[in-house]
Write a protein that binds this ligand. Sequence first.
Ligand code: NDP
Length: 384
Amino acid sequence: MTRSISILGATGSIGASTLDLLRRNRGAWKVVALTANSRVAELAALAREFDADIAVVADERHLPQLREALSGTGIATAGGAAALCEASARPVDMTVAAIVGCAGLAPVMAAVARGGTIALANKEALVSAGDILMSAVERHKATVLPTDSEHNAIFQCLSGNRFVDIRSITLTASGGPFRAWSQDQLATATREQALRHPNWDMGAKITIDSATMMNKGLEFIEAYHLFPVELDQLRILVHPQSVVHSMVEYRDGSTLAQLGPSDMRVPIANCLAWPERMETPMASLDLAAIGELSFFAPDEERFPATRLAREAAQSGGAAPAVLNAANEAAVAAFLAGKIAFSHITVVVERTLQRSIPRGPTSLEEVLEIDANARVWANELMEHV
Ligand code: NDP
């Protein structure tokens, strides 16, 4: 049976992994919408290859180029924020939410409002608007399938168990390229060094987040919204081999873990086939060759990001949205060579020290908080 699918953020790393799986199962999927921000040539090529119904660029300035690239194909084109949400709201069996950053929030909300099934990789949407997003999921009877590898692992470890029996959930973290670096070394870390992740091949923003450990901080908040646990039931454990993707401990003392290769096609395939399983090109995990799995407590002196995220989650209200926005602004500035690596979390911490607004109650309020926090973070960056 052919199922329909839209991929938001089709030109990115998660988009590429998803499309690779679709390519291997040609007859199984009908592609409806593919979206990007500005990379028109890549988007047009994918839209042609998968014979999409519509291709959308979020940055409207690129629409004429997209129209030209797809003229004569019969593939519809559109541009801008409203068009992105309209495309996300088209009825499909599955929406893969793989836009990076809070920019993905409104399109995810549009897919949720339609009551769809959403494979959610876009963690920033959940961090910025966790309560609003999850209550919309409930109201519209939508389904969210956790696609982030750790959350997908937890999702799998929860299957067949009662939530009341959960004692704790542990998110594993590779520790990133600077796991063993001293504070002094971290102060000198370059863009190129930070972009060289030891285990995962991902987009630039999440790769920097992995190097600062903010990725794990965002995932901590993401887990809090996705799973029925309190903040004090969530733990973080550094596991450099990235083989154990996360664990759930039950009250009888049993801990269930999900293991697999460090390749996002595994959790994406789990979402695409859910509640069944599908073939992937992954080789079997060779634990004898890996030999050793090691685990360490996180060091929040050198990597304060997980503490900042935990504190933001404990404060609640708008704090997680401010944390996320300040981090997005700081990572963009680091990637542009404007601030040092170790200043990323300094900017986030100082932004969070501003007077944080009340908790948002609507998408519009979240977007306003996000925009204001970016302005504050950019102001602070001039003085770090
Ligand atoms: P990439 O940077 O590789 O891709 C991002 C995608 O979003 C691209 O299609 C990009 O379009 C699009 N995009 C960027 N900015 C905007 C915008 N303002 N409006 C609309 N679309 C936009 O990111 P990743 O694939 O690495 O990550 C995507 C999401 O998945 C993130 O939230 C990340 O945290 C999460 N994730 C990623 C993992 C990974 O392995 N990569 C693992 C787990 C989670 P364009 O190409 O035109 O710029």
